[in-house]
Design a protein around this ligand. Structure first.
Ligand SMILES: [Fe+2]
Ligand SMILES: [Fe+2]
Length: 267
């Protein structure tokens, strides 16, 4: 159970509660409407929601060809769930943008018109040429997304914080699925689909793009986001935590990470 989704005993029945974890960085003030947000924070939320929605819609385009090409029936079913989840996450981010009136609606219209190759982050402009790409993308790139969602969960803007527990629990499926694809390729390659070499090549392809997603090391936006409780760590701290997490996850499958500087575009 995600740490935010605690349960309460209520008249003998277990009632799930979506608890908002207000972060210490968020300060005492809680905002419930877009209108009451300080100007700088409002701009930052709009910027972060546009990127968030863009990644959700882009990943639908990337997954789409695998809905009927994934190797097993179960894999196809999970692909269809992932596509449905990402569509819902895109909708969720756009609902938050809608609360910002005309400005938000303008961004939504732009987001809906974006085609493959036109997205903000490099990781979302690359095709899934092989099944190993699906595994490495969901294991690595979706995992970076979860770092950002966890910070939103604790932020001081109520509508954003409340959207997070469900998104996080859905993302957990994507991460676990990605790791399982890489594991099956590495350990059961012959019986499954692909090989350890293919899984390793996909890790080398997607890992640098995942590290880039944390952003520049000396980012002013990231410093402001921490002040407003919209990020938990600096880009560099988050990247370091991610590297440690992924190294520990992939080592048992015999998969190695390239050096952190390898093939990077954003440092
Ligand atoms: Fe998502
Ligand atoms: Fe996802």
């Amino acid at each position: 159970m995600p740490d935010a989704a605690k349960s309460l005993k209520d008249g003998g029945t277990i009632v799930p509660v979506r608890e908002i974890l207000w972060g210490s960085a968020a300060g005492a003030h809680k905002y419930e409407t877009a209108q009451e947000l300080p100007e700088d924070m409002r701009k930052l939320i709009v910027k972060l929601m546009v990127v968030q929605a863009d990644t959700e819609f882009a990943s639908i385009q990337q997954h789409r060809p695998w809905l009927d090409q994934a190797p097993t029936l179960e894999d196809r079913w999970i692909e269809s769930r992932i596509v449905a989840d990402e569509a819902r996450h895109g909708l969720q981010a756009c609902r938050i943008l809608r609360d910002f009136g005309e400005e938000g609606q303008k961004y939504i219209d732009e987001l809906l018109a974006k085609r493959e190759g036109e997205h903000k982050l490099d990781a979302f402009n690359m095709k899934f040429d092989r099944w190993s790409d699906v595994g490495a993308f969901t294991c690595l790139v979706d995992r970076v997304g979860v770092y950002q969602l966890r910070a939103f969960q604790e932020c001081s803007y109520g509508p954003l914080a409340r959207a997070m527990p469900l998104m996080l629990s859905e993302e957990q499926l994507h991460l676990n699925f990605g790791a399982s694809v890489l594991r099956r390729m590495s350990q059961d390659g012959e019986r499954y689909y692909g090989s350890r070499d293919e899984a390793q090549a996909a890790v080398r392809k997607w890992y640098p793009r995942a590290l880039d997603m944390f952003g520049h090391s000396n980012s002013d936006t990231s410093r402001r986001a921490i002040e407003y409780g919209l990020k938990r760590w600096t880009n560099e701290e988050a990247r370091g935590r991610f590297i440690e997490e992924v190294r520990g996850l992939l080592a048992p499958y015999g998969l190695e990470l390239p050096p952190a500087e390898f093939d990077r575009h954003v440092m």
